[in-house]
Design a protein around this ligand. Structure first.
Ligand SMILES: *Cc1c(COP(=O)(O)O)cnc(C)c1O
Length: 496
């Protein structure tokens, strides 16, 4: 098989292997790595229904990560998708209210980030070995709640790596903070920062670019890397579950081989839905990709008008992982609809960073016809949680409910009867307070986090996941708090 190389969205002259792209994460010019072409899917659709998650992962990932041997890839896959997941199917598909929910929250931190972050550490250490990188990889992560915990759970005690997570002290939910400060592992460190998420994020970005700091830690035997969602080592594993979902629908007799499905994704940074787009381009029979936004509807406006404009008020919603005004991974889609033109992409991204907005051409807009953008108000999200529970007993988390509400609007709008998979990105246990308030505000008002978990269990008839159970009495292992200008000192102290 010929090797698939990666170039970047902003510089066509840069060309690296898959493993090099994984180690680097982001291109030096700020561009994102993209495959030179999207490989075609090799397995017949009929065979999909009998393939396990691991087998599906192998078939998909080997087409993108061509410089990994089958054995290397198999080791990564086997180490990631094991009994860390509380469901042997890994990502089950469940019908409720006429839609097919692809549950991506059965991993260690009960959010979909586990799907990629449980394999990224293995891809990264394998990549380091292949490229003769002998330094220890030091992952720096700023988090608004979900990514930090999922990244730590993935990297904990992985030889050759260390991970440091910075979160805004007082800026994450109680459950999220407890999840992080109780994290075990000899190579992890969690630091609360007196500042907001943007402060943490900027400080981390500055350290990646600081040549003196990079040289100093190199002397101690470390290199920085990123577990952020722009890493292709996170994107490629996310293609797998859409292919797997198709196989499950075949197996359940819901569709016939070749029948087109739609996919609805609750979207923030545009990584998850981009993976669905790649699955379609690989040859999976997919019709519409429905991009669901919460009240931060910058993507909805973009699909409608062709103008991306982040100059607007940032709204805090009950789906915080989608509260985002710069969807980083959209840059990859822009690159593709620009006809793989890195100059056009670079110039639009320059507009974004200088003016906070850019506009695509009519030609580019015409290439977005696969996508349907939708948005849901907070009231519509809560109404969706309540009505689906009342009708079926199935309980959605707030992020998935944004997708559910948008999908309902899409059907009303288009009368489209294609079977539709909805990416279910978090367990309702992670957002029990919002979810139960949506169902019966008065009844659950004033209850503590763990009482709410008991109530949710009684109501949904789903056992409390270990991710919640396990933090109830777990000892606090991290209590470091620092100011913004103390972050670098923390990093220097950890890189010893
Ligand atoms: C990260 C996240 C999202 C958004 O996914 P993107 O790939 O950034 O679009 C949606 N829901 C949950 C629960 C998340 O953690």
């Amino acid at each position: 098989m010929s090797e698939l190389f990666y170039t970047t969205t902003r510089n066509k002259d840069l060309k690296v292997t898959a493993s090099q792209a994984i180690i680097k994460g982001l291109a030096p010019d700020g561009g994102l790595f993209v495959p030179e072409y999207i490989p075609e899917f090799k397995v017949s659709l009929d065979d999909l229904k009998d393939m396990s998650y691991r087998q599906t992962a192998m078939e998909v990932m080997k087409l993108f990560l061509t410089d990994f041997t089958d054995e290397e890839l198999k080791n990564c896959i086997d180490s990631a998708y094991d009994d860390k997941f509380d469901n042997p199917v890994i990502a089950p598909v469940k019908e409720a209210g006429g839609a097919y929910y692809l549950e991506l929250f059965h991993g260690q931190t009960i959010a979909f980030k586990d799907m990629a972050l449980s394999i990224l550490p293995h891809l990264m250490t394998t990549s380091a070995k292949k490229n003769g990188v002998n330094d220890e990889i030091l992952i720096l992560t700023a988090t608004s709640g979900d990514t930090g915990k999922a990244a730590m759970a993935g990297f904990a005690d992985v030889p050759g790596t260390r991970i440091m997570v910075f979160y805004p002290k007082g800026g994450v939910s109680n459950i999220q903070e407890r999840q992080m400060v109780t994290q075990k592992g000899n190579n992890v460190k969690v630091v609360g920062v007196n500042g907001n998420f943007d402060d943490c994020q900027s400080a981390v970005k500055k350290m990646f670019a600081d040549s003196k700091l990079n040289a100093d830690i190199k002397e101690k035997g470390f290199v920085f890397s990123s577990a952020n969602s722009i890493n292709i080592g996170r994107l490629v594993p996310q293609i797998v579950y859409y292919v797997y979902a198709y196989g499950q629908l075949l197996k359940q007799g819901v569709i016939e081989a070749g029948e087109k499905i739609n996919i609805t994704v609750p979207t923030g940074n545009f990584g998850n839905i981009l993976a669905a787009h790649y699955a379609k381009r690989m040859g999976l029979p997919v019709d519409k990709l429905i991009c669901a936004s919460n009240e931060n509807k910058v993507l909805y406006d973009f699909f409608k008008t062709g103008v991306y404009d982040k100059n607007r008020e940032f709204i805090l919603t009950s789906s915080p992982s989608m509260d985002i005004l710069i969807s980083s991974n959209l840059e990859r889609l822009i690159y593709h609809i620009a006809g793989e033109d890195s100059e056009v992409t670079a110039s639009l991204m320059k507009d974004l960073s200088e003016k906070g907005r850019y506009e695509i051409t009519d030609d580019m807009k015409a290439k977005l016809s696969d996508f349907y953008g939708g948005t849901a108000l907070e009231s519509e999200v809560f109404a969706k949680i309540a009505s689906l529970y009342k009708d079926t007993g199935y309980v959605l988390d707030t992020h998935t409910a944004v997708a559910g509400a948008v999908y309902d609007k899409y059907v009303k709008d288009t009368q489209d009867t294609n079977r539709t998979v909805i990416a279910s990105t978090a367990s309702p246990y992670k957002f029990a307070h919002s979810v139960l308030s949506a169902i019966d505000k008065a009844k659950y008002d004033g209850l503590g986090d763990f009482e709410l978990a008991d109530e949710l269990s009684a109501l949904s008839k789903v056992a409390i996941p270990e991710a919640i159970q396990g933090i109830k009495n777990a000892p606090v292992l991290h209590d470091t708090v620092c100011d913004i200008d103390g972050i670098e000192e923390q990093v220097r102290g950890f890189a010893q």
